[in-house]
Each structure stands twice: as C-alpha cells, then as structure tokens.
Design a protein around this ligand. Sequence first.
Ligand SMILES: [Zn+2]
Length: 230
Amino acid sequence: MHFPAIGDFYQRLLFLLPFSAIEFSVPTTVLGERPFLTGGLLRDFYEARAVHFHWGSSQRKGSEHLLNGRRYDLEMHIVHRNTRYQSDEEARNQTDGLAVLAVLFKVVRTSYLFYQPGLNEIFGSLLHLGDFNSSYTPPAFLTLGSLLGNLDRGNFYAYMGSLTTPPCSPAVVWHVFAEVLPISHLELPKFWQLRDRRGRPLLNTFRPLQSVEARQVFHRRASEAYVWSK
Ligand SMILES: [Zn+2]
C-alpha cells in the first residue's frame, strides 16, 4: 500500500483569512495547483484548502484528538478536499469528501522560540487578529511544509471519521500524526485572546470526545505498511 509523500507537495504559500475562528486558506499557485494528498485510505486526490486550529483555555487543554487517553493543548487541522467534488458543501455530504491532517501541540515552559518558522509566523500573527472577522496577511510567505517543520510525517494514525464542527457529518478521512510538536507557554495564550462575534473570548473551540464505536484505526510507521492499532 502506498502512502502520501506529504512533504514533496507542500511548497506553496498561504494567506490568512479568519472566519468564525482563525483559518488560513490555501490559494492555488500561478500554475493553478494546490498541494495534494493521495494513497493509503485515500483512493482519490485531495487538495489542501485551508488550515485552522482548535484550542482550549487557561483552564482546559484544547486538542480534539487524544493519544493514549491524553489530551493536548492545541490541534492544527490541514483540510484537504477530494478533487471529485466542486465545493465544501458537496464534499461534506460524501463519506470520502475530505481528508484532514491533524497535528497536536504540547505546551512547554520556555522563553525561546522553537525552530518552527511557519508556525512561529502564525502564532505571531494572532496578536493582529483580536477581533472577530479581522484578517491579517503575514509579511513572510508561508508554506504548508513550514507548518509541519521536522515532524515525522511517516508516523500517524488514520481512520474514517466525521467533521468536528456542525454538521459533524461522516465525511473525513483523518490522519493524526503521532509526534506531538512543542508550543511555548508564551505563544499558546495568544489563542485565548481571540474574540467571537460578540466580543467575548473565543475559548474551548474543540468538539467533545466521541466514542470510537466500530471504527478501525490504522497506525502507519515509516518503515512499515499499515499495522493494526487497538
Ligand atoms: Zn478542525
């Protein structure tokens, strides 16, 4: 079974376009292309469309996925849409409509920045996004590759799941990286300063944990084909 060589295609720039939460759209290049995924559980090609985050508060950790029963502080989603579908609305109504890469973050007490250029650019941009519906274009070009940094892209969990925001339809092939990236305790609170449309703090933007039910969760490691994971 072949799995996507994610890094090869992630050489494109991003703009910043926050909606109800912070979100970055992934534009096409001058050649009209977007980075894409295929292989593994994905039978078709899935183009990167947007990047967004889920977070908690000073009281609660905010990742949506738990690894071995542990919740983390922040989660990034890179959303890809099946190229067979023309719109997000159409894709949301198909069981193979979307593929999402999920990266978990653990807060670390440190006063220096980790070498994660793309992520540091985004975290720095949050201070410009205090109010609902504001937008900001970072001075530096971002690439999707720079968001993943040195993350081990060959080690992840994959399963057929659902959207974590309404309508929560079963439309997503999830890929959750096993490696957890660090985020400084000075950077994480920048998410808690964002405001909703009524000017209130935008906190705890994660969906409550769902039962795994009868889903099969696959674990892929670099040197192996898919293996079962409990
Ligand atoms: Zn999400």
